[in-house]
Design a protein around this ligand. Structure first.
Ligand SMILES: NC(=O)c1ccc[n+]([C@@H]2O[C@H](COP(=O)([O-])OP(=O)(O)OC[C@H]3O[C@@H](n4cnc5c(N)ncnc54)[C@H](O)[C@@H]3O)[C@@H](O)[C@H]2O)c1
Length: 341
């Protein structure tokens, strides 16, 4: 494996090669006459990631750019993105988008609590937690909480804040989806949709805001909306999901207004992240129910593909860190151009 990917001396001089994560490892490995086995395994893993990531046919640009743990310790660079010692809650963090966003907060130094109604998170959660603990200063913790249960939510979030004597941020990501034509829409699904997607988001934001005020932290709150809150998704028969996400976008503006100077004159900033189609368990379920859906969704945005959860890492870090210190009451759309044509 090592001889296959070790380039010639001339190739090592090429800047394009040297910027690849695998190349950095090769350069490090080249310092040993016999590289350690663990390093060879890492090179092999990173080479395959750089070659295509999760979707080899349509690799995302970010897949080959994610930093190696040893490269991120550079205290003087991009310090406004650092989250050292800060405390965050991510709802719906047992899997999917929530877990991917929790991960980047830990990498930046945050202590992150994933709250989800699932009794246990996906197996991937524990692997992720252990890998992060090995490489980074931040921590990842799981708590079972249903975001529609106000009392339980208030209690758990207060416990977290009391333990650390602070609360810095929230990603209100827990959400559900129900696809059914409007004329057949099950009546019981209507309140359920708003209860989780709007009510749960509101209760999570309020529970965290109370702790930010208590501990005098002008924090940042990101509500997860959707491009579905901005347009009528072509062929996506999910009227109340779409309407609930429109509600989230408006909720962001209203909370931002109320909390604009709430912490001794400083803000709790509230913004909304509006993703396009992402390959998560929620969407994989849609594809199982209607196998023709994937091709339709891929064709519906300008980039001709569905996004990966990791493509929202930068947005989450930006919105929760000091890098976005003048941003509030906004919504950030990342949808491959879907809503622009
Ligand atoms: N996947 C997409 O294409 C897409 C696009 C735009 C927006 N979003 C939004 O992103 C968020 C995450 O979606 P995902 O695709 O990762 O979905 P997912 O179903 O994979 O994950 C959602 C998580 O939320 C949890 N959850 C649901 N109801 C809850 C409750 N009452 N209390 C606590 N946890 C609860 C679930 O258990 C699950 O772990 C959702 O708000 C979704 O609407 C997703």
């Amino acid at each position: 494996m090592f001889t296959r990917i070790l380039p010639s001396t001339r190739a090592l001089a090429l800047p394009a090669f040297a910027s690849q994560p695998a190349a950095r490892l090769v350069l490090r490995a080249a310092r040993w006459s016999t590289p350690p086995k663990s390093l060879l395994a890492t090179i092999s893993k990173e080479t395959s990631l750089a070659a295509g990531g999760e979707d080899e046919k349509r690799p995302s640009a970010i897949a080959s750019r994610l930093p190696h743990p040893q490269d991120v310790v550079a205290p003087q660079r991009f310090r406004e993105f650092e989250l050292d010692g800060r405390v965050f809650v991510v709802t719906g963090g047992a899997r999917g988008l929530g877990l991917a966003l929790a991960e980047v907060l830990v990498e930046a130094g945050g202590n992150v609590y994933c709250l989800d109604r699932a009794e246990q998170p996906e197996k991937h959660f524990w692997q992720t937690r252990d890998e992060l603990a090995h490489h980074f200063r931040g921590t990842l913790v799981y708590r079972q909480v249903d975001v529609t249960h106000a009392e339980q939510l208030d209690q758990v979030i207060a416990e977290i804040a009391d333990k650390h004597q602070r609360m810095d941020g929230l990603i209100a990501n827990a959400g559900i989806q129900w696809v059914q034509p409007a004329l057949e829409y099950e009546a019981a699904k209507v309140p359920e949709m708003y209860n989780v997607n709007c009510g749960g988001v509101f209760l999570s934001a309020r529970a965290c805001a109370k702790q930010m005020i208590k501990y005098g932290i002008p924090g940042s709150i990101v509500l997860v909306g959707s491009m579905s809150g901005l347009n009528a998704n072509k062929g996506f028969t999910s009227v109340h999901y779409n309407a609930s996400k429109a509600g989230v976008i408006q909720m962001g503006r209203s909370l931002a207004m109320e909390w604009g100077q709430i912490v001794s004159g400083k803000s709790i900033r509230v913004n909304v992240l509006c993703p396009g189609n992402i390959l998560t368990p929620m969407v994989q379920n849609d594809f199982r129910n209607d196998p023709s859906l994937r091709a339709k969704w891929e064709a519906a945005n300008m980039m001709g593909r569905i996004s990966e959860t990791k493509e929202y890492r930068g947005a989450a870090l930006f919105m929760l860190s000091d890098a976005s210190s003048f941003m509030t009451a906004s919504h950030l759309v990342i949808d491959g151009g879907y809503t622009a044509w």
